[in-house]
Design a protein around this ligand. Structure first.
Ligand code: PEP
Ligand code: MN
Length: 271
């Protein structure tokens, strides 16, 4: 299993990664408020879209460069690493200047020119599975990035489209151990997009950890009803705290089990 190092953070090792933040960066105060909260709860990485791939062209499209400036400020204040989506090669230089990790969204997983271009940067990548990609296609997409020389790729399971509309997508947790068998890349699970429902994020987060995920990505907003995107799958602060309490205790259990198995003690707390 290869690990990815970003500064002091090791991804894919024994310690799990929590990525949390709003779907979209809506403003300076909103992002700082969320960054402080998710940091206090133990997240290591802040998410937030500045360029948003919205299904409707009439929906909020993101703040663009201004959003990136807010992301950088939030990172400098809290010490959180940041991840944000790249939709077009033209945005890449600016995003590389302001964010730590490049996200390729589900809609762009099949955008091979973009993957190749990102593969020529030195930034870690969070590659999301397309809602219509097989596991094999997902892995081949990651190879487009790897082949260009960028080896720091994380795979993100975020649900696929099925006949059932009771969830926004069907979170394919079977893909987690399969991806880990078929590749050496860290696997992150995004239950927010994977279900579209804030009411089942706790059990799906725990299930993802049990399935072997190296990290989790959760959407958080102080007032999900007012969020400019994806409010239905977003946790408010009290519910995020609840999720984090369960997350931390399961992480600790998994880490203890792992230490017992390997006979090594692990001093890093699961906070
Ligand atoms: C997101 O994470 O903001 C996003 C748009 O997700 P996806 O590409 O998985 O739909
Ligand atoms: Mn979203």
């Amino acid at each position: 299993m290869a690990t990815i190092q970003i500064g002091d953070l090791v991804i894919g090792g024994r310690k799990k990664l929590m990525i949390a933040g709003p779907c979209s960066i809506e403003g300076r105060d909103q992002l700082l408020d969320i960054a402080r909260e998710v940091k206090a709860q133990g997240a290591q990485m802040l998410r937030g879209g500045a360029y948003k791939p919205r299904t409707s062209p009439h929906s909020f499209q993101g703040l663009g460069p201004q959003g990136l400036f807010h992301l950088k400020e939030a990172s400098e204040e809290t010490g959180l690493l940041t991840v944000t989506e790249v939709m077009e090669p033209e945005e890449l230089d600016l995003i590389c200047k302001y964010a730590d990790v490049l996200q390729v969204g589900a809609r762009n997983m099949f955008n091979y020119p973009l993957l190749k271009r990102i593969g020529r940067t030195d930034k870690p990548v969070l590659l999301k599975r397309s809602f219509m990609a097989t596991v094999e296609e997902f892995l081949l997409a990651s190879e487009y990035i790897l082949k260009e020389g960028n080896k720091r790729v994380m795979l993100c399971e975020r649900g696929i489209r099925t006949f059932d509309q009771i969830t926004r997508n069907t979170l394919d947790l079977a893909s987690v151990p399969i991806l880990k068998k078929m590749s050496s890349l860290p696997v992150i699970v995004d239950p927010s997009h994977g279900t579209g429902r804030s009411d089942i994020l706790i059990p799906m987060t725990l299930a993802a950890l049990v399935a072997g995920a190296d990290g989790i990505m959760i959407e958080v907003h102080p007032n999900p009803k007012k969020a400019l995107s994806d409010g239905l799958q977003t946790l408010d602060f009290p519910h995020f705290r609840e999720l984090m309490a369960e997350y931390r205790s399961l992480c600790k259990y998994i880490e203890d089990q792992e230490s017992r198995r390997t006979g090594q003690s692990f001093s890093g707390a699961a906070s």
